[in-house]
Every structure is written in C-alpha cells, then in structure tokens.
Ligand binder design. Structure first.
Ligand code: HEM
Length: 205
C-alpha cells in the first residue's frame, strides 16, 4: 500500500479541536436546553463553558477556512460540475454503503491528492462547513447577547426563530456526531481513516 499525504497539519489541528469542542457544546447544550432534567454542572458554569467553547470554535473555524482559501488544497472541496457524473458516482457510493460493503466489494471511490472525498462526503462536507456550521455559530452569537444583537435578531424574525434554527441544527449535529465517525470507520480497516486524520497519511492501493 502507498501512503498519500491528504490531511495537512492545519486541517488536522482544526478538526480535532472542532470535534472535542462539538462534543462539549452538545453536552452543555443538552443541559442548557433541558435544565429541568439534567443537573451535571451548575447552570451558570454550563452557560460560561458553552459560550467559551463556542467562541473558541468560531476562531478555530477560521483556521480551516483561511487554510483552504489560501492554498490549492481548496480543490478537494470543488464540486463535481457534471450533474450526470455526480449522480452516477453518488449512486455507486450509496450502493456500496447499502449493499456492496456487506459482500466485501471494493470501495468505488479511490483517494488521490486532490480527490480525497467520495461524492457523498464531498456534498456533505460542503454543506456542513460552508452553510450549517457558520449558521450554527452565527445564531449562537446572536443568542449569546440578545441586547447587543437585538437588531439582527429582529431582522431574522425574533428570538424564537433564531433559537429554533440553533436548536434544530443542534439536533442535526447530535446525529452527525454518531453517523460521521461510523462512516469514517468504513475504511480498509476500522481505524484507517482515524489514523489518517491523526498522521495526515491515508493508505491507498
Ligand atoms: C467524535 C467526533 C469526530 C470524529 C471521530 C471524526 C472523525 C473524522 C475522520 C476520521 C475524518 C477523516 C476521514 C473522513 O473524512 O471520513 C474526518 C474528516 C472530517 N470531519 Fe470529522 N470527526 C468528528 C467530528 C467532526 C465534527 C463535529 C465535524 C463538523 C462539525 C467534522 C467535520 C469533518 C470534516 C469537514 C472532515 C473533512 C476535513 C477536511 O479534510 O477538510 N468532524 N472526521
């Protein structure tokens, strides 16, 4: 097997800080949302932890964004512009995850330097990193200081709308934190992609 350097250091630093931070945000978020059910930490401590980790992840997000914006590695996020090809490849990948993998078929996606994501990862990571994560951070920022951001909150339809968006994405990220590591464990060994996200090197045929 050949080793390909697909996860540069800034991406790996961003990723593991982000993953640890999301777990803390989810746990403190559950306690904030269901304060009547969970009393793990005192309420003010939970609020402060949630806010500080949130701000840390907002700064950390710019590490990911600026790295990709100022290097040619941004190519790994370029969408497939041929809809027929994209649809065909997506279908093949879905067939593999839903059926082929259980028969021991090879993964139809072959990792290369500028093509590290399969079509499902490609779309999912684009939507998550360019849309959902920024919306989650922005709504979190608005909720952090409703007085200071009163104008923006009113513009988006009031605190209920902003809170509903924040909580809906919170539910999405709870599901993501289970599904994403599960899919990441489907390499040629269960730990192959985790090792790659730690060392930077993906093993390829
Ligand atoms: C327990 C938490 C997590 C684990 C174990 C984990 C694991 C991994 C692994 C192994 C990879 C590399 C292989 C692959 O793409 O499948 C990866 C990539 C990625 N993960 Fe995670 N992850 C976690 C949390 C998160 C969270 C919370 C987010 C975003 C909200 C996230 C977003 C991403 C993105 C965008 C990539 C591609 C990074 C790039 O190369 O630009 N992950 N993750």
């Amino acid at each position: 097997m050949e080793k390909l350097y697909v996860h540069p250091l800034p991406v790996r630093i961003w990723h593991w800080i982000n993953a640890a931070g999301f777990i803390v945000l989810i746990l403190t978020g559950i306690q904030l949302r269901y304060a009547d059910l969970f009393h793990v930490l005192p309420f003010p401590v939970t609020v402060r932890a949630h806010n500080w980790v949130g701000f840390t992840l907002i700064v950390n997000y710019f590490l990911w964004l600026l790295f990709y914006l100022f290097t040619d590695k941004i190519k790994v996020y370029h969408p497939e512009l041929d809809p027929a090809k994209h649809f065909r490849n997506t279908l093949r990948q879905l067939q593999y995850y839903g059926y082929g993998i259980f028969k021991g078929d090879p993964n139809p996606h072959h990792v290369s330097l500028y093509h590290k994501f399969n079509p499902l990862q490609s779309v999912a990571y684009q939507v998550i990193m360019i849309l959902l994560v920024p919306i989650q951070f922005y709504t979190g920022l608005l909720l952090w200081d409703l007085e200071r951001f009163g104008g923006s909150v009113a513009l988006f339809g009031g605190v209920r709308v902003v809170d509903t968006v924040h909580v809906s994405l919170f539910v999405f990220f709870i599901a993501f934190i289970f599904v994403h590591p599960y899919l990441a464990s489907l390499g040629h060994t269960w730990s192959a992609h985790f090792k790659a996200m730690l060392t930077g090197y993906e093993e390829v045929d």
